[in-house]
Design a binder for this molecule. Structure first.
Ligand code: ADP
Ligand code: MG
Length: 276
């Protein structure tokens, strides 16, 4: 049940129209995207080689592949951070391929929340100020900014750390601030590139538990990982190699890992070792 030929998946059958984001439930779609990086005059690296992918509302997708396979390039294309060389990108059914930088930035700020491997928080800046930042760009007034940033931090369990700087937070906590920052604009999708890549295993499990919880509350999430264990937390796994999708399958309920159970297990093990 597990293979889909790239470019011939259900997405192509399902999506017949380009019309204005009618309730097709497609949050994001890329069609036949390629990306070639030119290095000097001689060398061209084909980082993406004809990728088509449709992300529906409510999905939790892991894009998995070895280092250099094109995962980050794909995420930058989906996230409107970089233009593909050829192909189309649709957000909520609307083709953004021809948009200029200003229009793209507007769509990006409204629809997409980013979580990066290296957290990318501002140093010497409090958690709440970091989370308020996208709201400043969106022109939200100060009082409402504070309220929404506080809510988002409470949602990731950091209501007691509003004034802490990045240097006063653990890696796991910093990543939770980054998740709060991604959430605060209520985007239609969260894109996370190796969100557990810089974390110890327990913090990694915590972050995955948050992402799963958010997804259960209706947030669409695409995460990128080179780690098969992390990918088992997703509903759907899209495997890429050499810039192409080679597999697109659902994790079975038995395969799928519930990070909150993993956390409980870690907690129980810790308590057992204390009792000894
Ligand atoms: P992954 O995230 O899966 O490790 P990337 O998308 O970062 O893969 O990279 C895919 C390929 O494109 C690699 O061969 C990489 O070296 C190349 N690449 C990525 N970014 C650039 C760039 N800015 N300039 C040139 N080559 C790049
Ligand atoms: Mg990468």
């Amino acid at each position: 049940m597990s293979t889909v030929v790239p470019g011939q998946g259900a997405a192509d059958i399902r999506k017949e129209s380009d019309s204005m984001g009618q309730p097709e439930q497609s949050v994001l779609e890329v069609r036949n995207v390629t990306k070639t990086y030119q290095i000097g005059d001689e060398i061209a690296v084909k980082a993406l080689d004809g990728v088509s992918l449709n992300v529906d509302k409510g999905e939790l997708i892991a894009i998995i592949g070895p280092s250099g396979s094109g995962k980050s390039t794909l995420m930058h294309s989906i996230g409107l951070l970089d233009h593909p060389s050829t192909g189309e990108v649709l957000v909520g059914g609307i083709d953004v391929t021809e948009m200029d930088e200003n229009e793209l930035a507007r769509v990006r700020n409204k629809e997409i929340g980013f979580v990066f491997q290296a957290f990318n928080l501002l140093a010497r800046t409090s958690a709440i100020e970091n989370v308020e930042l996208p709201l400043i760009y969106a022109g939200v007034p100060a009082t409402e900014r504070k309220r929404r940033a506080t809510e988002a931090l409470e949602r990731v369990g950091l209501g007691g750390r509003l004034q802490h700087n990045s240097s006063q937070l653990s890696g796991g906590q910093q990543q939770r601030v980054a998740i709060a920052r991604a959430l605060v604009t209520e985007p239609s999708i969260i894109l996370a590139d190796e969100p557990t890549g810089n974390l110890d295993s327990k913090s990694g499990v915590e972050v995955m538990a948050f992402l799963q919880e958010l997804n259960r509350s209706g947030v669409t999430i695409v995460l990128v990982t080179h780690d098969a264990h992390v990918a088992k937390h997703a509903m759907r796994v899209v495997q890429i190699a050499d810039g192409r999708i080679v597999q697109d399958y659902m994790n079975t309920p038995e395969e799928r890992i519930d990070a909150s159970l993993e956390l409980k297990k870690l907690q129980a093990e810790k308590e057992a070792s204390v009792e000894l």
